[in-house]
Design a protein. Structure first.
Lengths: 298, 348
């Protein structure tokens, strides 16, 4: 039983961080499909940074800075240049995937996987069988709680939601929707960096090309499934992780009778199911937001 | 005409901005920016046989991109071209495998039917989920891409595995020579003919039929379509099916033309590039033909760069991504620039 929970926490924590980033962006009125690109940037920066500097903390800081930079670029394109969020988000994702490939090629001379000498600190033997999990897993519930407080119990969160839902109303009480969105995206970028760091350095300490494999998009789907609420999005992300863990478990149980590659597809199928279910329950993602991919204050 | 011209200037300005961003990224990564672009242009359009190589990539991209145009015009962000492309190729490969030994004149058309139907099928379920339940097609088609990628890996390593194959990447048994519609250089009268036919048919569909008008209208304002007495549902589903079928057709061409076999994860950027082509072309079919040739050149340069210039092929992915980042951007300043010859008092 313990090992299943560990597997769920390991694969679920990056998804939760990415989903939180998506929730914050969605509340500010931006449908953030660039999460995948920021996540892989975070993963790459953490591992490459650890190889080059030897310090995990420093490389995590670099990862957060790079993702914040990517978020500012996304903000410029979406807010100032009014680009379509879906296409620009996919562009940011492509930039992250291509940029990290180019980076490891430029630094290490090959496109193979890179492994780091050290990973994120572990939570330690005091937790028994769970001691091998990284500190980011332990921090996850607290960060979810803090995000909930920030978004649902503070003046800032209210203004952020107003910027997304009714920018004119937000402006009328003195909030600047454009600035709110910048803040939201930068916080979200930092969360994406954490997600990438946990994915790459949480247990394996390895970075390989395209290693996020759609997790950023799954995080985005968790935002829709969770109706843009941090707690529900967290549960949605964990649900995807649970389905993935069941797939891996089924592989051990059934062996070769069910093809391994098809079991790997279970989280994607769960994501489609989640999107379908939330559309059924709430009349479609766009029912809640109006125009998709466009800001409400053109 | 001048409205078109402004649109072209606008697109050009943002593509230049995107390329500058790429240049900065290349510089940071330690590749001299100017020389990199020089090598890319050289690889895309100037080296020997470059135009033929560009055409080899442009033709399938053009076919997929016209499908993307159809669905985007109708207001559906079907970005699952990659998955539909894979499933089309897989279906065609299965038909070719089952009918092994029959003459090419029978098998090849059946493969095309299967590939096209397979692509349409892979667009059908996101279409139904979108139209019946309102499930957002951006995510479902994206997930469809990942699923189709896994399916391709499974098929090439399982049912269609080439037992003699070695190396890291599993691939299917090569097609019989009689079933190939081109050599590995990928340009043959058959493929060019198919592309021209698809281009003309889609141009006609978009510009000269009620479907074209209504789907373009539906993309902007679905209520208007209902007022016209047309069914949003039927137009939407047709858009999904056509876009999927064309992606599947392109997959079939790649299988039976240049590739000759399925390989796990082949042409991973095809669908994304096709979406980009459709957007750069401003969702017009003629524009798609021109843009497809340009991006076809870039795709052929991607193979040439690592060999000649020592640049990773990811450079092309970065260029494509940066263009995607900026292509839908709008700016009042650029609009002013694009309309500079126009008298300020003329309207629109």
């Amino acid at each position: 039983m313990d090992d299943i929970v560990i597997a769920i926490l390991r694969s679920g924590t990056p998804l939760v961080y990415v989903a939180l980033a998506g929730v914050i962006a969605q509340r500010s009125g931006i449908w953030h499909l660039g999460l995948e690109g920021l996540m892989i940037t975070g993963a790459c920066a953490t591992i490459v940074g650890t190889v080059l500097t030897g310090s995990v903390g420093l490389s995590l800081l670099i990862a957060i800075l790079l993702c914040a930079l990517g978020s500012v670029l996304f903000w410029l394109v979406v807010e100032i240049l009014k680009a379509n969020q879906i296409i620009a988000g996919l562009g940011l994702t492509g930039l992250g995937l291509g940029g990290t490939s180019l980076a490891i090629q430029a630094i290490f001379g090959s496109q193979g996987a890179v492994s780091a000498p050290a990973g994120l600190p572990k939570i330690g033997a005091a937790f028994g069988a769970y001691g091998g999990l990284s500190v980011l897993v332990l921090a996850m519930p607290f960060i979810v709680f803090l995000t909930w407080v920030l978004l649902c119990r503070t003046r800032f969160g209210l203004r952020l939601a107003a910027s997304g839902e009714h920018p004119f109303a937000a402006r009328s009480v003195g909030a600047k929707p454009a600035v709110m969105r910048l803040v939201a995206l930068v916080i979200g970028g930092a969360f994406c960096a954490l997600a990438g760091a946990e994915l790459a350095a949480g247990s394996l300490q390895i970075f390989s090309q395209n290693m996020t494999a759609g997790r950023g998009f799954m995080g985005f789907a968790a935002v829709i499934f969770g109706a843009g609420h941090p707690i529900w999005a967290t549960f949605a992300a964990l649900f995807f992780a649970i389905v993935g863990a069941i797939g891996i478990r089924a592989q051990l149980v059934f062996g070769d009778r069910i093809p391994h590659d098809l079991l790997l597809g279970l989280p994607y199928i769960a994501t489609v199911f989640g999107i379908w279910l939330s559309a059924r329950l709430r009349g479609g993602a766009r029912g809640a937001t109006g125009g998709f991919g466009e800001l409400k204050d053109p | 005409m001048s409205a078109n011209f402004s649109a072209i200037i606008r697109a050009t300005v943002f593509i230049v901005i995107a390329l500058v961003l790429c240049g900065i990224i290349f510089e940071i990564a330690g590749y001299p920016g100017i020389q990199t672009f020089d090598a890319i242009i050289d690889g895309a359009f100037l080296r020997r046989n470059a135009l033929e190589h560009a055409l080899r990539w442009a033709l399938p991209l053009f076919i997929t991109a016209t499908g993307v145009v159809i669905s985007f015009r109708a207001g559906y962000f079907n970005i699952g071209a990659q998955g539909q492309f894979y499933v089309g190729a897989i279906c065609a490969a299965f038909v070719a495998e089952w009918l092994k030994g029959y003459p090419g004149a029978v098998v090849v058309p059946l493969c095309f039917v299967a590939g096209t139907a397979g692509g349409a099928l892979w667009a059908l379920w996101p279409g139904l989920l979108r139209l019946r339940s309102g499930a957002d097609e951006v995510i479902t088609t994206l997930m469809g891409n990942f699923l189709a990628g896994l399916l391709l890996v499974y098929v090439t390593a399982g049912p269609l595995k080439d037992p003699s194959g070695s190396g890291q990447q599993a691939s299917s048994r090569p097609l019989e020579a009689a079933y190939r519609i081109s050599t590995s250089n990928g340009v043959s009268p058959t493929i060019i003919g198919i592309a021209i036919f698809v281009g003309l048919a889609m141009w006609f569909l978009v510009n000269r039929t009620a479907f074209g008008v209504l789907s373009g209208l539906g993309g902007r304002n679905p209520t208007m379509v209902q007022w016209q007495g047309a069914s949003v549902w039927r137009i939407g589903l047709a858009s999904f099916l056509i876009s999927g079928a064309l992606a599947g057709l392109a997959g079939t061409i790649e299988l039976m033309g240049p590739n000759g076999r399925l390989a796990g994860g082949f042409l991973p950027a095809h669908g994304f590039t096709a979406v980009l082509i459709a957007l750069v072309a401003g969702l017009s079919i003629t524009g798609t033909a021109i843009a497809a040739f340009f991006f076809g050149g870039l795709a052929s340069a991607a193979l040439y760069l690592p060999v000649i210039a020592g640049l990773p092929s990811a450079a092309i992915d970065i260029i494509n991504a940066a263009i995607a980042l900026f292509i839908t951007a709008k700016s009042r300043f650029v609009d002013r620039l694009a309309n500079i010859w126009r008298r300020p008092w003329t309207t629109s």
